[in-house]
Design a protein around this ligand. Structure first.
Ligand SMILES: [Zn+2]
Length: 82
């Protein structure tokens, strides 16, 4: 069963972002879209649920690859700001 966190930390402002999407009746599945709303900057974050981590991954509390998503977004913002 895939666990999706109730809150994530917004990389833009460091505030908590609460989950908007309620858990599906059958539980989360890879590919499901989960939306979060930041309590600080009110930014919305749409994340895609990834499959359960393969063995050997030390950091498994977040089911999706949030870090890669945020890195990608950050680099995109940087280009926009340029
Ligand atoms: Zn924020």
């Amino acid at each position: 069963m895939i666990e999706v966190p109730e809150f994530i930390v917004c990389v833009d402002c460091g505030q908590k972002a609460g989950r908007l999407t309620p858990p599906p009746e059958d539980g989360w599945e890879p590919g499901d879209l989960v939306a979060y709303r930041c309590s600080g900057c009110l930014d919305r974050w749409d994340l895609v649920v990834d499959g359960p981590a393969e063995s050997g991954t030390p950091d498994t509390e977040v089911a999706f690859d949030l870090r890669a998503f945020l890195e990608e977004r950050r680099s995109r913002n940087r280009e926009d700001a340029g």
